[in-house]
Design a protein around this ligand. Structure first.
Ligand code: ZN
Length: 246
């Protein structure tokens, strides 16, 4: 099975559309690590696509916030404004679907799908010490997670945690072998709002039979996504940051 691993789509249709166009025919099943909505101007187009194409989807903190399941007190004013806007714009069908998304981790074909960390869906795994703690909760060799919007991840080689660094600087599509003696926490990065300094949409292609994965980036029509955010009356910083990948 070849998987397309997506996370943090955040209502950015232009980014998701570019990813699907560039990866056509290269995967059998799509998986989503959460945050379908929030920030972007096209929550319905994105949720429609996920409903039609993703075999497994876990909820993210924005999916909860944008469907009234989370206390918006924990959100900064920009994220809160975007969550309230999304609550007003999701169709009843897409709101019901997003509300019903399961909490991760969810096991799929020998790996885990989760949003934040294996022990807390809202926890950020950004540094090696946080990853070391997360590995302690994993019963599989491989897990895909999101939430930080930073493409990369961590490898546990049974003595220490290695950080998979400078992923964005590598050639897109470079294949990485999965060593059966190690454990992996892999972050595909964010499709809809990358924060690792590279504005291109981020994702991973994972070939389970070949035991290989590749970190991928796709350029997309950032200007149109920005224009839609501004015209929707969403906070303009949400448009500005897309051009920077921050
Ligand atoms: Zn997110």
């Amino acid at each position: 099975m070849r998987y397309l691993i997506l996370s943090d789509l955040h209502g950015n249709w232009e980014a998701l559309e570019a990813v699907t166009r560039e990866t056509g025919g290269r995967w059998d099943q799509a998986i989503c690590c959460g945050d379908l909505v929030g920030y972007g101007a096209d929550p319905n187009l994105v949720v429609d696509w996920v409903r039609a194409h993703c075999a497994v989807v876990v909820r993210g903190n924005h999916d909860k916030a944008c469907t009234g399941q989370d206390d918006l007190e924990w959100f900064n004013p920009v994220a809160r404004a975007a969550a309230l806007w999304t609550q007003r714009h999701l169709t009843p069908e897409n709101a019901a679907y997003t509300t019903g998304l399961p909490k991760g981790p969810i096991p799929v074909g020998g790996f885990l799908v989760l949003h934040g960390s294996p022990f807390d869906e809202d926890e950020y795994v950004l540094a090696a010490d946080e990853a070391a703690q997360a590995f302690g909760y994993m019963e599989t060799q491989l897990a895909f997670f999101g939430h930080t919007h930073v493409q990369g991840g961590f490898i546990w080689n049974h003595s220490r945690v290695e950080t998979i660094g400078r992923v964005s600087a590598r050639p897109s599509g470079e294949r990485m072998a999965i060593d059966p003696d190690c454990a992996y926490l892999i972050n595909p990065g964010s499709v809809g709002q990358p924060r690792d300094g590279d504005p291109r949409a981020a994702y991973v292609l994972y070939d389970a039979e070949a035991h290989e994965l590749s970190y991928e980036r796709s350029a997309y029509d950032v200007e149109t996504a920005q224009k839609k955010i501004r015209e929707a009356g969403l906070p303009p910083i949400l448009a500005d940051r897309l051009a920077l990948g921050r």
